[in-house]
Design a protein around this ligand. Structure first.
Ligand code: UDX
Ligand code: UDX
Ligand code: ADP
Length: 457
């Protein structure tokens, strides 16, 4: 099959950047991205892209209308495509069997059904969304329920990009993983997709496995990463009760090459659309396959994450004389991590809701995520102000709570901020990114994560 047309169904955080980089690296392939959300497609075709991601705009501008197209015409896209990537959303089910744990596959199933309806020849269908293991099988059944005698090959090609570094991760991935059926047709389909990535990814970094290994690897990778964060955060609690310093502990532990230095940063907790969802998926799968001990083991990673944000708010309350009622608190950062406007599962949201319950008044500042913050807190009761200017956010506040590790927070004039605040002024650094000794010198009472607080009383 000579391959010329790639279609991606779902123009979100995964499909958008991934297709932009494929189009950029494969000028001879026509890449079309479709979505049912017309506003999203219009935004991809405009100067205001629907998601913020460093470097994305340049790539999109370079390729758009050359070999990268955004459209709402899903039937036409399906008819013309040789390879179809499916990257629709697969949120955790909120209803029925498996609610709160299993993945909600309704969008995926609808997509499979529209492929069946509109396809006029056989195609390679690539799962890009994070899915429970064995989803490919369900997908295959739906696709092969067609009465046109069309043959489909299903591949799993999980996405490992992290938001904020998506373009870099796509251009220079640690690995690309492609899973397929262990049949001659399956292997041919794998090779077809390998040949796309091989244009810019060294061959030895393209790993091929069977379908189920590929699907499970995605869940396991995210579970192991989240587990590292929860492990470190659990130890940060112990550090705060002792004389140990979490950065010293992880710095020294990470020097062991078996442990490694990355992903050991203590925080108010992990967020993002993947970690919690994927672990819940794993937990559900383990339960389903009769492994309750394994399910409990992984569920604890999520419980520890929830404990960490509760603990943070508890520390704020304890420091501020056991009440924040009526106190103004500046929230620095609402995104779940730096360099993104994404706020899905952001620990900042959970901290804000807990503070509102305590009747605090919030001034929220974030360089990119204020729009999403407003949507997330729409139904919340209490006083919330959204401020583009961090100095305005801190003015008259009793405390600053750093929620996101934005670089810009390090470059602020904290003396000016201190002078404008109520006294005693408190600073809770939920990311350990600021110079705590310098802040203490200015006059702040400083509460880092996993380290001794620096207080003037
Ligand atoms: C993650 C995976 O890294 C990526 O491979 C997968 O494809 C999608 O899920 P992402 O959610 O975009 O990516 O961000 P990531 O950098 O993994 O951070 C997740 C959360 O963990 C963030 O809230 C981050 O602040 C937190 N984190 C990360 C820590 O608290 N400490 C760390 O040391 C690292
Ligand atoms: C360990 C630490 O590695 C060492 O730094 C510390 O000083 C003492 O404890 P040790 O117990 O000698 O050293 O052996 P290690 O290689 O760490 O293995 C410990 C156990 O884990 C062994 O039973 C080993 O078989 C098992 N293991 C290790 C696995 O099952 N899988 C692995 O991937 C690694
Ligand atoms: P992710 O982080 O996995 O990319 P997003 O929610 O950002 O998730 O993106 C998923 C996209 O998939 C959304 O823009 C949504 O409108 C789109 N989508 C969901 N169902 C369908 C469907 N049946 N056909 C086309 N697009 C769909």
């Amino acid at each position: 099959m000579s391959m010329k047309n790639i279609l991606c169904i779902g123009a979100g955080y995964v499909g958008g950047p991934t297709m932009a980089v494929i189009a950029d690296r494969c000028p001879d392939i026509k890449v079309t991205v479709v979505d049912i959300n017309e506003r999203r497609i219009a935004a991809w075709n405009s100067d205001e892209l629907p998601i913020y991601e460093p470097g994305l705009e340049e790539v999109v501008k370079r390729c758009r209308s050359r070999n990268l197209f955004y459209s709402t015409d899903i039937p036409k896209g399906i008819r013309e495509a040789d390879i179809i990537f499916v990257s629709v959303n697969t949120p955790t089910k909120t209803f029925g069997a498996g609610a709160g744990k299993a993945a909600d596959l309704q969008y995926l199933e609808k997509t499979a059904r529209s492929i069946v309806e509109h396809a006029e020849n056989g195609k390679i269908v690539v799962e890009k969304s994070t899915l429970p293991v064995r989803t490919a099988q369900a997908m295959s059944r739906i696709l092969h329920s067609n009465t046109k005698n069309l043959k489909f090959q299903i591949l799993s090609n999980p996405e490992f990009l992290a938001e904020g570094t998506a373009i870099r991760d796509l251009e220079n991935p640690d690995r690309v993983l492609i899973g397929g059926m262990e049949t001659p047709e399956g292997e041919a389909a794998i090779e077809e997709l390998v040949s796309v990535y091989a244009r810019w990814v060294p061959r030895e970094r393209i790993i091929t496995t069977n379908l189920w290994s590929s699907e499970l690897t995605k869940l396991v990778s995210n579970a192991l990463l989240a587990q590292r964060v929860s492990s470190v955060n659990s130890i940060s609690a112990l550090c705060e009760r002792t004389e140990a310093n979490i950065d010293e502990v992880t710095g020294a532990a990470g020097k062991d090459s078996r442990i490694g230095p990355k992903f050991l940063k203590a925080s108010i907790g992990f967020g993002g659309s993947c970690f919690k969802k994927d672990i819940l998926n794993l937990v559900y799968l383990c339960g389903h396959y009769g492994l309750p001990e394994v399910a409990d083991y992984w569920e604890q990673v999520i419980r520890m994450n929830e404990f960490q944000s509760r603990r943070f708010v508890g520390n704020m309350l304890a420091a501020m004389f056991n009440t924040v009622a009526d106190k103004r608190i500046a929230i620095f950062g609402f995104a779940f991590k730096a360099d993104t406007g994404d706020t899905r599962e952001s620990p900042a949201c959970s901290v804000c809701l807990q503070l509102l319950e305590e009747h605090a008044r919030l001034n929220i500042h974030d360089p990119k995520a204020l729009g999403n913050a407003k949507l997330d807190l729409e139904g919340a009761t209490g006083e919330i102000n959204y401020l583009e200017d961090p100095y305005e956010a801190a003015e008259g506040a009793h405390a600053i709570a750093v929620m996101t590790e934005w670089k810009s927070f390090r470059e602020l004039d904290y003396r000016r901020i201190f002078d404008s605040m109520e006294k005693p002024a408190f600073l809770f650094d939920g990311r350990n990114i600021l110079d705590h000794a310098a802040l203490y010198e200015i006059g702040f009472n400083v509460y880092p994560i996993g380290k001794k607080a620096l207080t003037h009383f």
